[in-house]
Design a protein around this ligand. Structure first.
Ligand SMILES: Nc1ncnc2c1ncn2[C@@H]1O[C@H](COP(=O)(O)OP(=O)(O)OP(=O)(O)O)[C@@H](O)[C@H]1O
Length: 354
């Protein structure tokens, strides 16, 4: 795979002037540069008020890169951060939409959240997405966990999303699910420090610039906890609601409550809780055990006045399937484990959320 050298790419970018003076490389505007074969991409972090001024700079950078020998495609993503607008640009600043907005073509957006990591939120999102597709729904899945993106592995998707025009991003597709992962926009081996504002810009781009097509439901697999991504999603996008995943352990429940409070404060309805790793069913003898206790999530749901949407068993086949790139709903359809996710999908559809 031949492509341009990174230094040559940087040298080309140094020819592009930054609006505030100097070139875009020296001005520190070029971030997360990735040169992979003939594919070059990077992010320019800008103030929202600079969006108009920066569009020609982005176009010039893309044109210059595409003219380089060995470059097949160049993608520059503009991500906004929240600096105050310089006075001279204020007059021409386009009116930013206020309040949460829908994503065109997407009927509902559902956030899948958890108070802490490792409770199986991504496993649930992947299986729920495949299960909703099995119900005939048009389903999208956005993996918004930049620090531990897992959907490409769980859905068995490899390769990079393409951007034919440098402005829109084509999602990937497998098991009937249209998928995009924020983690696919960076190299796996390239440590990118995602600062809050950059994350928010990237999330907005994923929601608006990915060609999701017409969807009945877009699931957003959030990072654990209550951070910038959760806040941005709730503030900027009209969410149908949030599903909160928890294990039966008390500590997880305490964390889950924080997440629930955040969504409630932001006016996002809680569609319900899901208890994951509920009953352990031994794959040898079928014996059932409650390794993490049982009933805690149901009790919590009742206390909070929200439905307990599903209890997903802890079963080896769920993990093995997720690791193998074909969620259990796809690879072992008809198994009780797959059925647990399919029941959840049917329930959401019945509730008008699927
Ligand atoms: N019901 C289940 N039965 C067996 N294994 C499970 C189950 N749910 C999740 N797992 C396994 O637990 C591990 C953690 O799950 P997963 O990555 O989905 O968690 P997460 O909440 O998305 O974590 P993080 O947000 O920290 O990335 C994975 O190895 C997954 O295969």
């Amino acid at each position: 795979m031949s492509g341009p050298a990174r230094e040559d790419v940087l040298a080309t970018l140094k020819e592009i002037s930054a609006p505030g003076g100097g070139d875009i490389v020296s001005a520190g505007l070029v971030r997360a540069l990735s040169v992979e074969g003939g594919q070059v991409r990077f992010v320019m972090e800008i103030a929202p008020s600079q969006a108009e001024a920066m569009a020609p700079v982005r176009d010039a950078a893309e044109a210059a890169l595409r003219a380089m020998p060995g470059v097949e495609n160049a993608t520059v993503l503009l991500t906004a951060h929240s600096d105050k607008a310089p006075p001279d640009l204020k007059a021409s600043r386009p009116k930013e939409p206020t309040g949460p907005q829908p994503v065109p073509g997407v009927a509902r957006i559902i956030a899948v959240a958890s108070g802490k990591g490792g409770v199986g939120k991504s496993t649930l999102s992947a299986n729920l997405a495949v299960a909703l597709a099995a119900e005939g729904r048009r389903v999208g899945l956005l993996d918004a966990d930049v620090y531990g993106p897992s959907q490409p592995r769980m859905l068995g998707v490899t390769g990079r999303p393409q951007s034919p025009d440098g402005k829109t991003i084509l999602p990937l597709r497998n098991h009937g699910v249209t998928m995009m992962s924020m983690g696919l926009m960076t190299n796996e081996d390239q440590a990118v420090v995602w600062r809050g504002p950059m994350l928010m810009g990237a999330l907005q781009q994923m929601m608006n610039q990915v060609q999701w097509g017409t969807l009945d439901v877009l699931l957003v697999d959030l990072p654990p906890g209550t951070g910038d991504v959760q806040m941005t999603l709730s503030q900027k996008f009209a969410l149908d609601g949030a599903i909160v995943v928890s294990t039966p352990q008390d500590v997880a429940l305490l964390d889950a409550r924080k997440g629930i409070d955040m969504f409630r404060q932001m006016g996002v309805p809680i569609l319900g809780l899901v208890e994951n790793m509920s009953t352990h069913v031994c794959s040898n003898c079928g014996h059932e055990e409650h390794i993490f206790g049982h009933g805690g999530v149901a009790a919590e749901a009742e206390k909070l006045g929200v439905p307990l949407l599903a209890e997903i068993p802890l079963h080896l086949s769920i993990r093995v399937a997720a690791d193998g790139g074909a969620p259990v709903v796809a690879s072992k359809s008809g198994s009780p484990q797959a059925e647990a996710f399919r029941t959840l999908a049917r329930r959401l559809v019945e509730m008008g959320h699927g």
